[in-house]
Design a protein around this ligand. Structure first.
Ligand SMILES: [Zn+2]
Length: 81
């Protein structure tokens, strides 16, 4: 058993939220997957928008940003060509 860090109540380790005070006990899925270097994610996003999000496991946002980025790039090419 674990204790809620906010209210101190005994909580089940499987609980996502403290049933007494609602404190979030577990990390979201992307936060668990995202135990990677945020600097690398930032660098990836700098070169290819969305790549950093894909790297940290935020696939949906990463894919959306990547598509937006590709559209942006093709638009820029269209403007300057
Ligand atoms: Zn609590």
């Amino acid at each position: 058993m674990a204790a809620c860090p906010r209210c101190g109540s005994t909580v089940d380790e499987q609980d996502r939220y403290c049933p007494y005070c609602g404190y979030r006990l577990t990390l979201e899925k992307h936060e668990i997957v995202g135990r990677r270097d945020p600097m690398i994610a930032a660098i990836l996003n700098f070169f290819i928008l969305g790549a950093g999000h894909l790297y940290i496991g935020d696939v949906i946002l990463g894919a959306l940003l990547l598509v937006a980025w590709m559209f942006g790039v093709t638009n820029l090419i269209a403007i300057f060509s």
